[in-house]
Write a protein that binds this ligand. Sequence first.
Ligand SMILES: NC(=O)c1ccc[n+]([C@@H]2O[C@H](COP(=O)([O-])OP(=O)(O)OC[C@H]3O[C@@H](n4cnc5c(N)ncnc54)[C@H](OP(=O)(O)O)[C@@H]3O)[C@@H](O)[C@H]2O)c1
Length: 243
Amino acid sequence: MKQDLTGKIAVVTGTGGGIGRATAVRLAQEKMRIVLFGGNNLAKLDETRRLVEQQTECLAVPGNLTDLQAMDAMFAKMIDTWGGLDVLVNNAGMTLNAPFAETTVEQFDAIMAINVRVPYFLTQKAIPYLKKSQAATVINIASVVAHAGYPGQSAYGASKHALLGFTKSLAAEHYNDNIRVHAIAPGGVYTDMVKIARPDLTPEGMIMPEDIAEIIAFFLLNRGNAVVDEIIVHRMNKQPFLV
Ligand SMILES: NC(=O)c1ccc[n+]([C@@H]2O[C@H](COP(=O)([O-])OP(=O)(O)OC[C@H]3O[C@@H](n4cnc5c(N)ncnc54)[C@H](OP(=O)(O)O)[C@@H]3O)[C@@H](O)[C@H]2O)c1
């Protein structure tokens, strides 16, 4: 039976555009209440808030996600305003196209911080609230680079492998708390990230951010006895893992 998500509370990270914005808007269509967490481009965040508020209530909390105190402040504001949490979507992330030999410590640390450390500790801080929810779900946006190796993506690939490893342990550790944990591993999605990294790609035939948002909605709407751990998403006309 389809779940009624009306009034359920979701925190989505990295909602200034791309997959994060599409997800916030899709969940807003289900009348969930949405926290837009993180991001320094206030104009982009404001546009997402405008889209979400056409459907539902919205809290926008900008800032650098790597600041652990900002996470505490966001949860405090959320509890103060709405009193709980049901869904966490760890979406924010960055990529890096650089040969292994030239990748710097600063680049490595930055990518591990946003792609691994942020979801790890944001989820840790979310768990006490999720334990009180009947719809508790964590969704981590991994990537096909969590499964395969691509040249020039050693740091990005390492970060997404780490995120997937974290996801698996989290799922096992909190299974008995009735917290569902899912990973989605998309191939190339037509967002700013891909437009910058692969300017040769055109939108034709590409996965769109709305496709990923629809899969997230599917996870939340279908909370039956059949648990889907991970969905790997690739293009219609490409073999899996070829972007
Ligand atoms: N696009 C793809 O082909 C693809 C494929 C597989 C997986 N993914 C994953 O999907 C997720 C979303 O990516 P996207 O393609 O939608 O890219 P995007 O449009 O570039 O969005 C990335 C988001 O993360 C936010 N972000 C990055 N670093 C941050 C930080 N330190 N503090 C706060 N916010 C930060 C950005 O905020 P600002 O707007 O403020 O910069 C932006 O909203 C990422 O985890 C990515 O690895 C993407």
